[in-house]
Each structure stands twice: as C-alpha cells, then as structure tokens.
Design a protein around this ligand. Sequence first.
Ligand code: SAH
Length: 263
Amino acid sequence: MLDQIKIVMVNTTHSGNIGAAARAMKNMGLSRLCLVDPIAAVDEEAVQRSSRAEDILHNVEVVPSLEDAVADCGLVIGTSARSRHIPWPLMTPRQAAAKAREMIPAGNRVALVFGRESRGLTNEELHLCNAHVHIPTEESFSSLNVAQAIQVLCYEMRLALVTEAEEEGAGQWGVAWDYPLATHKELDGLFQHMEKTLIDIGFLDPNTPKQLITRLRRLYQRAAPDKTEVNILRGMLSAAQRKAAQAAAQSDNQPHPQQGEEH
Ligand code: SAH
C-alpha cells in the first residue's frame, strides 16, 4: 500500500535534503520519490545523507512540472508552512493519512507535494492539490526543514496504513469504493471542458480573471470525484454545449430572435 504513495519535491535546492528525504522515506517503507525540475543534483552529498537509501535515489523520477508529477494520482496533498490567500481544505498529517488509507485500497495513487526550501509552493501549485496539510507547530516558528516535514508525513502514512491496519486485522467492515478516483489528469480534462462550456453558455466571460475556475477547481477537488462521476459531469457539459449550439443555430435562422424566448 505504501508503494502507491509518491513523495514529490519541487525545485529542491540542496542535494543533502534530497538524500535526507530518501532516508526518511526508507525508514518508513516508502520508495517512490519524484523530483520536479530540481536545482540540486543527486550527487555524492545526497548519497551520504541518504545513509544507505541509495536505491530510492537510483530509482528517482525527474519530471519538468508538477502537473507531470501528479498526472496519475487520484489524491494530491500539498504541504505548507503558512496559510495562504484563498482558503483550501486543510488537514493535519493524521487526517491526510486517514484519507490516504480510505483511498489506497481501491487502487488510487497518492502524491504528497513538498515545496522549495526558500519559499515553499506557489499558490498555483497549491491550487492543483485536493487538500493541504500543515504540520502543527509554534505559530512564530512554523517552517520545518523539508526532509523533516517529509519524515513527519511518511511516519503518519506508516502509522495509518501499516501499524493501525495490522492492529485492526484484515477483516474490514463495509465494502471498498466501486470505482477508482479520477486522476489529476482526468480532473484537468474536466476543468478545461467546464471552462469552455461555461463560456459557450454565456456564464463565464473569458476576459474576466480566472477566480471562478479556481473556485470550481477547489469544489471538485474537495469532493474528489471518481472516474464515473467525472464521466457523468462531462456528459452533462457536452449536453449543455449541444443545446447551446442548437440554440445559436436556430437564432441564426430567425431574422428577429426574441430574448429569453425559450424560458
Ligand atoms: N519559507 C517557506 C517554507 C519552506 S519549508 C515558506 O514560507 O513557505 C520547505 C517545505 O517544507 C515547504 O514547502 C513544505 O513542503 C514543508 N514544510 C515545512 N514546514 C512545514 C509545516 N509546518 N507544515 C507542512 N509542511 C511544511
């Protein structure tokens, strides 16, 4: 189950932090490390700080953008040392681990995203996430070293997915969810379709700022829809687009269309 969790580090500057992250992951039984456009190399210092977790460093995935890193994930959790402008669903590491435990048995992949040492994640990057995690700290001193933040999250994942699961035994009440969650890429397709449809039906003015789409993104990512739910939503959007196209064609054929005639 822990192999369905990916640790994503964005624009990491210090190779020692990459090594220390690998060590923290291996201690807790995680193995998938992904680096988004790293500034630092996986060099000798990284190997030393990994303290024999080189296998994780050898298998590291390097991608150019956060979108690429999380494309195959159903649950994307961003981490932040401080609060940001638009409120987003906020969890403790323990709540995030409980959410992962709920989602992972149905085959979903989970990404835990960590920011730059200097300035964390950008708002745009945080908006790609279903939820945010803040590790509770002293308010006046809230920023952990990135590898230590990774340690805390990996520990909570292990506690929820291995230790507690063993304690509770294999027998689980209820049934597993019937469909896997939509991946980040599938949700992105939904948001693009939604934006286009809202323009087609005259609800969204493409010249206004994109706050509406950010808020809709937050709504659907908070709900974390599964694959069939996304297909239903896209079917509804396609139907609305067809009606809008029909209405436009009809009004083209009528020399003096009446406003609001169809209502
Ligand atoms: N000065 C930066 C902090 C960067 S710390 C800022 O103000 O945003 C580097 C990374 O470590 C963060 O992006 C986050 O991924 C993680 N991190 C550090 N402290 C954290 C905390 N209290 N809760 C959650 N993540 C934290």
